[in-house]
Every structure is written in structure tokens, then in C-alpha cells.
Design a protein around this ligand. Structure first.
Ligand SMILES: Nc1nc2c(ncn2[C@@H]2O[C@H](COP(=O)(O)OP(=O)(O)O)[C@@H](O)[C@H]2O)c(=O)[nH]1
Ligand SMILES: [Mg+2]
Ligand SMILES: [Zn+2]
Length: 317
């Protein structure tokens, strides 16, 4: 008897069970870094995720359990281990989760000063997603050569009060930031940002042996051309892994509603116990300590406006 994978239950039982980490996925196939450090190509066992609501069941960074016989080239993923952290989004208007990467330590939010234009709200959304997925966010401002030095500070001023490391990068300058280099070499990092923001260029600058393909930014739209079309994990040191992702235009927030949005803002959590209403959402309510903190400039007004803008985009459930 054979099941839909063409493998009999008897044969499946005979195959060795191993664990690996997903380093890349393409349609239907997963590439794992096996414990032997070799790359193993796998398929998912049919029906494994039949009841799952996920439309992206296994993500780069996931640790999976697979079976492989010595005589076959392709292994079979039979399970997935619980995630310790994740970067997920949902396509706006869709109810399903799209896991971009799993088991990550750092989210590098890559934002170019220009070409493509600095998008404050996209950064805000990624900060919330990092909080939802239990990842430490880091902000990297790229293409600092494209604007005057004094124009950079106003862009990042709204983020200054957050517990957030901010780095600067320009490919016109060969020097690396040693703190950023250390961070990348000591954990799993995922780079996310608009297409053309300079994610792959940054990785190439820090790790020259990677030689990732770089895209052109269209002169007309100032958008990148999606040279990086799939998510891929590169090992850059003994303990360091970097995950390059294709560019994003929209970042729908997974798991976030008007009711719980403020829980993902550590800065708001600092003030909200003094709000008059116990269920204060800090938008329409009177005697709100968060709005007072904004008026007193303890919370940057632009950061707060970003909160309201995300709040208004969310459903009430
Ligand atoms: N002027 C300037 N251009 C950059 C910088 N970083 C990247 N670029 C250019 O921006 C374009 C997109 O870069 P790429 O790394 O492919 O962006 P990605 O889509 O985020 O991976 C390429 O033409 C790069 O040469 C930078 O610091 N300064
Ligand atoms: Mg790229
Ligand atoms: Zn409030």
C-alpha cells in the first residue's frame, strides 16, 4: 500500500528521522540545513497541513523533522517544531498568516533615505510585527549618501525614544559598523524593507563572499525590481545567519486588532496605567495618559500619529 507520496508506511518507518533548519523554499520544495551541515532537499508529507489556516506553512528558519532514506535524493518533512519567534504578516484583506521567517533573533528594518522614499508607516508596522513575533527590532537607514546629513535626523527623530538600535549605511563608504557586524555574526537576523532599499547590498558589503544579486531601482518609479525573489538564509559565521527577503510594499499586521495594538507598543505601555478608562485605546478616550505624554512631547507626535493611523486601519475584532 502506498500513500499520496508514493511511499509505503512500512518504508517510511524504515527511514531515519532527522531534524533540519529550512534555509530556502521554492514552490513545493524545501532546502534544509541538516545536522550534518549538508543541504537536503525535501518535500512536505502530503496532508501534513491539511487543517492548517496557514497559507505559508513552513518558513525559512523553521526547524523541521524529516525522514530520508540513503537511496533517495529527496527527504520528506513530517513535522515542524514550535517556533520561538516569527515574523508574520497578512495580506491586507486576507485572513491568513504569511510567515516570512521563523526562529529569528533580530529584525533589521531596512529603510532608505530616498529611492525608494522613506516610509515612516512601513517602519512602524514592522516594529509592531517584531513585537508580535518576539523579535528584537533594529533600524538600519541606508543610502545615507543620497540626502544631506542634516536631513537624516528628522527622519529618525520619532524613533529616538524607543529602545531601538539605529545604524546607518551607505554603499559609497566601505567601512562597516562594528556593532552591526557583531550583531549579525551572533544570531539569526532577517532583513526586511521595501524592494530597492538596499537589503542585499548591505549584506554584500558586510559579507563580501555572499555576492548576492543586486537590483536596479527604476528611475521612473524609484522602486526596486525584486531581484531577490525568494527568502533565503545565508550562514555568515559559526553562530550568525542572515535571511534576505524580497521587498515588501504592504505589511498587513497579523494577530493585531484595535483592542490589542497598544500592547505591542512598549512606549505606550509605560504610560497607559494612568489612563482614566481601564480599556483605553488612546485614540478617542478622554483623560488619556498616553495623549498627555504626546502633548508633553514624551512620546513623539509623529510616532503617535503612526499609532492612530495603524489603529484606524485595523478591525475591531
Ligand atoms: N546610492 C546608493 N545606492 C544604493 C545603496 N545601497 C544600495 N543601493 C542601490 O539600490 C539598488 C537596490 O539595491 P538592492 O540591494 O538590490 O536592494 P534590495 O531590493 O533591498 O535588496 C541598487 O541599484 C543598489 O546599487 C547606497 O547606500 N547608496
Ligand atoms: Mg534584494
Ligand atoms: Zn489612554
Amino acid at each position: 500500500m502506498k500513500d499520496e507520496d508514493g511511499i509505503s508506511p512500512y518504508k517510511l518507518k524504515q527511514m531515519a528521522t532527522e531534524t533540519g533548519t529550512v534555509i530556502r523554499r521554492t514552490k513545493g520544495f524545501y532546502y534544509l540545513r541538516a545536522q550534518s551541515k549538508q543541504t537536503v532537499e525535501c518535500k512536505v508529507k502530503g496532508l501534513l497541513f491539511k487543517d492548517s489556516r496557514f497559507d505559508n506553512q513552513i518558513a525559512v528558519g523553521d526547524r523541521v523533522i524529516y525522514k530520508k532514506s540513503a537511496t533517495e535524493d529527496i527527504g520528506l518533512i513530517i513535522g515542524i517544531e514550535p517556533r520561538k519567534s516569527f515574523l508574520s504578516r497578512t495580506r491586507i484583506g486576507h485572513e491568513s498568516e504569511q510567515v516570512i521567517a521563523a526562529n529569528i533573533d533580530y529584525l533589521l528594518i531596512i529603510a532608505s533615505t530616498r529611492h525608494p522614499a522613506f516610509r515612516f508607516n512601513l517602519i512602524n508596522r514592522m516594529l509592531v510585527a517584531a513585537s508580535v513575533g518576539q523579535i528584537t527590532p533594529v533600524l538600519v537607514i541606508t543610502k545615507t549618501d543620497l540626502i544631506a546629513k542634516q536631513e537624516i535626523e528628522p527622519l529618525i527623530a520619532p524613533f529616538r525614544d524607543l529602545d531601538l538600535d539605529i545604524f546607518y549605511s551607505s554603499t559609497t563608504k566601505p567601512e562597516r559598523d562594528e556593532r552591526l557586524f557583531d550583531l549579525l555574526g551572533n544570531g539569526v537576523s532577517v532583513l526586511s524593507g521595501q524592494s530597492g532599499a538596499g537589503k542585499s547590498s548591505l549584506l554584500n558589503k558586510y559579507f563580501t563572499s555572499l555576492s548576492i544579486k543586486i537590483g536596479d531601482v527604476s528611475n521612473k518609479t524609484h522602486r526596486g525590481s525584486h531581484t531577490t525573489t525568494y527568502t533565503i538564509m545565508h550562514q555568515i559565521s559559526e553562530k550568525g545567519f542572515v535571511i534576505d527577503t524580497p521587498g515588501i510594499r504592504e505589511f498587513g499586521l497579523w494577530k493585531v486588532t484595535q483592542e490589542n495594538l497598544c500592547e505591542y507598543y512598549p512606549l505606550i505601555q509605560k504610560y497607559n496605567q494612568h489612563c482614566k478608562h481601564r480599556n483605553c485605546r488612546h485614540v478617542h478616550e478622554p483623560q488619556c495618559a498616553v495623549k498627555d505624554a504626546v502633548a508633553a512631547k514624551d512620546i513623539h507626535p509623529v510616532l503617535y500619529d503612526g499609532y492612530v493611523s495603524i489603529f484606524n486601519s485595523l478591525s475591531t475584532r
